[in-house]
Design a binder for this molecule. Structure first.
Ligand code: DO4
Ligand code: MG
Length: 283
């Protein structure tokens, strides 16, 4: 079941269910007012199925929005071997830190974005004006409710300044957290198991002036840690009254001579979920 938040032509925010690639059903007509209420209710999938026939809208008539409502957005790091290797290469004296965290029991977790700062689909994502080396990080997102249960999946982009992180690991918050550094959405998959999600692939295509300048893909199954482990550490000694989103790390890294430019289009695809597309702007 694929769900989304969208704006209709009267600028009303509604909840939708994909009918096919060209249309969605308006669940708000059936009394569903938010993604959060679906994540909070274990019977959500059955409730949506029970709604029966609902009015449908063409995708061309709606604007898809991020599914992030009040959730804190967190990110895990160095969960794929590819991420560890790339970071050790870009870094000088802190290279060892990536090696250690990849093997350690405790994962790397960091606060990526306040909910209100998350970019939605088709909105701009940012590259910092004071950085020279910027990349997207395509990541599967775990959607966790206020009871610390993993209930859904969506797509995220953990935009990163590699030169700032590479200069000193203590600059990580500046490399990772700034205006438009996080995009999430638009589609939410409810009720898939971890085993099912591990069958999915995740890829990113970067298009500049209508030409693909980078294309890369990996398997979700290359994530080293289990989703339960990541969720468990995220929720230790911490409550999330509105739930949380957890980006699970990147396994696709463009070559070292590649950097994003203003106007680039970033298209992240997760095979079981859909596509998150954003353009790049300097912030
Ligand atoms: O260790 C720094 C950040 C790692 C990260 O964002 C990733 O592996 O995706
Ligand atoms: Mg990342």
């Amino acid at each position: 079941m694929k769900l989304c938040r969208f704006k209709n032509q009267s600028d009303e925010i509604r909840i939708g269910r994909a009918v096919d690639d060209a249309a969605l059903a308006d669940l708000s007509v059936g009394g569903i007012a938010s993604i959060t209420e679906l994540l909070e209710n274990p019977e959500s999938a059955a409730r949506v199925e029970a709604l029966g026939e609902l009015p449908t809208l063409l995708m061309t008539e709606v604007t898809l929005l991020t599914p992030v409502e009040g959730q804190e957005v967190w990110a895990a790091g160095v969960t794929y071997l590819r991420s560890k290797t790339a970071r050790m290469e870009e870094s000088d004296f802190s290279a060892n830190a990536y090696d250690l965290v990849y093997e350690a029991d405790r994962p790397e977790l960091f606060l990526k974005s306040l909910p209100e700062k998350v970019a939605g689909p088709s909105e701009a994502v940012g590259i910092r004006a004071d950085s020279k080396w910027n990349v997207p990080e395509p990541e599967l997102v775990l959607m966790v409710n206020s009871r610390k249960e993993l209930v859904g999946f969506t797509i995220g982009n953990d935009m990163s300044s590699r030169d700032i992180e590479g200069a000193n690991l203590l600059y990580l918050p500046q490399a990772k957290v700034y205006d438009r550094s996080c995009a999430v959405g638009p589609w939410v998959v409810l009720g898939a198991s971890e085993a099912e999600a591990r069958e999915w692939s995740i890829g990113v295509e970067i298009v500049r002036d209508d030409v693909t300048v980078f294309n890369g893909k990996t398997s979700i199954d290359n994530i080293k840690r289990s989703f339960d482990e990541l969720t468990d550490y995220l929720c230790r000694s911490q409550t999330f009254p509105n739930g949380a989103m957890l980006l699970t790390g990147t396994g696709v890294v463009p070559p070292d001579d590649f950097t994003l430019a203003a106007g680039d289009v970033i298209r992240i695809t997760v095979s079981g979920i859909g596509v998150l597309e954003n353009t790049v702007a300097v912030v």
